[in-house]
Design a protein around this ligand. Structure first.
Ligand code: SAH
Length: 352
């Protein structure tokens, strides 16, 4: 299919589009581009939420330091390795170890776990542990980690600083860390939230446009879901934007963002996220997959920790065992005529 490159203006236009017939065209185009570039397989990435401790005070996140309403946990080495073996048994090609920015996760300790997973399994290892120092990212790469996920959350620097305050003495620059991760040889993933208070259509359009220039392997986009024990959830931050410019944190806006992300980055791995499944538990996952996505992330976290990893409330799949989550997602994938990918499901390299 020959297509015009999509411009920043086109993206903003689509984000504001409300005509159902026009949107049907967008979904169809995203689905075609997905099929042509990455095929019909849906890759499963097993998610292990290894710790909910965090040093940061992000205004959107329920795990932020200072939130005393959640009980903190950190998984043990044995528990993590057990989850990795379960990932293999369930037929997943990747595990994603995610957590708060928790320096109680010591670099050497985690490096040993990565070595062990790589020794015992054929899994790709993905990390998503916040803004850890360069030395640690290097150490984990040498230990065998393959990928790192770090969403830049929004490309508006003013909004970013408001919702993601820097630690004292160190300006938070996720774009810089992403470049560094790529230099170190990681496959890098990033993304944004949709409908953050203070996020305008122009900003979200720019976020999507920026995806096209970053050579990302994975791009995750999901709706912002207010978390009651956070400054954003309590409505404590004031924004001086025209209300008509505010992006809504809706299901529809999420589909538009998924579809446009596919159009600007045909070969990226794009998940149909848990946040999307949370705002439409019936069929959010399926619609995401039908409108550009090609990855889902079944939860492997032991059930006793699940509800403590409360980034936002009402998270989908919270009461399921890993086995149930796998069965449910496989059923959903089959119901839309797609197949589950085998192997690590890494980046589909563009023909040169
Ligand atoms: N500590 C890691 C992992 C954070 S959780 C990090 O900061 O990178 C992964 C993602 O969940 C975040 O990057 C953010 O985009 C998303 N998230 C956090 N709070 C959210 C909320 N209230 N609603 C929707 N998504 C949220």
């Amino acid at each position: 299919m020959v297509m015009e490159p999509i411009t920043l203006q086109d993206i903003e236009h689509w984000l504001r589009e409300t005509d159902e017939k026009a949107l049907e065209m967008l979904w169809a185009r995203a689905d075609e581009v997905r099929q042509a570039a990455v095929g019909h397989e849906v890759h499963l990435r097993g998610l292990i939420e290894i710790s909910n401790y965090c040093v940061r005070r992000c205004a959107y996140c329920g795990l932020a330091a200072g939130n005393r309403t959640i009980e903190r946990y950190r998984m043990t080495r044995e528990e993590i390795l057990e989850c990795a073996l379960k990932a293999v048994r369930l037929g997943y090609g990747t595990v994603v170890m995610q957590g708060g920015e928790d320096y109680g996760i010591e670099a050497d300790w985690l490096a040993d776990i990565i070595v062990e997973i790589k020794k015992q399994t054929p899994l790709a290892v993905t990390l998503s542990l916040g803004e850890r120092p360069d030395e640690e990212l290097k150490l984990w790469k040498r230990a065998g980690a393959d990928r790192y996920l770090l969403r830049f959350e929004t490309s508006d620097p003013h909004l970013y600083e408001l919702i993601h305050p820097s630690l004292p003495g160190k300006k938070s620059d996720r774009f810089e860390i992403l470049r560094r991760l790529q230099q170190l040889g990681y496959e890098a993933g990033s993304g944004v939230m949709i409908g953050i208070p203070g996020q305008t259509y122009a900003t979200l359009a720019r976020d999507i446009h920026i995806f096209s220039s970053m050579d990302l392997d994975m791009i995750g986009v999901g709706p912002f879901i207010p978390s009651p024990n956070t400054p954003l959830g309590r409505g404590e931050i004031q924004f001086d934007i025209d209300p008509s410019e505010q992006v809504p944190n809706t299901e529809m806006m999420t589909y538009k963002t998924v579809a446009l992300t596919r159009l600007v980055r045909p070969d990226a791995n794009i998940p149909s996220t848990t946040a999307l499944a949370t705002i439409n538990k019936e069929s959010g996952r399926e619609f995401g997959l039908m409108r550009g996505a090609n990855v889902v992330m079944p939860n492997l976290t032991p059930v006793q920790y699940r509800e403590k990893y409360e980034i936002y409330p009402g998270k989908a799949c919270i009461n399921e065992t890993a086995e149930q989550c796998s069965g449910c997602l496989r059923g959903r994938i089959a119901s839309i005529g797609r197949t589950v990918g085998t192997g690590q499901g890494g980046r589909v390299k563009r023909p040169t």
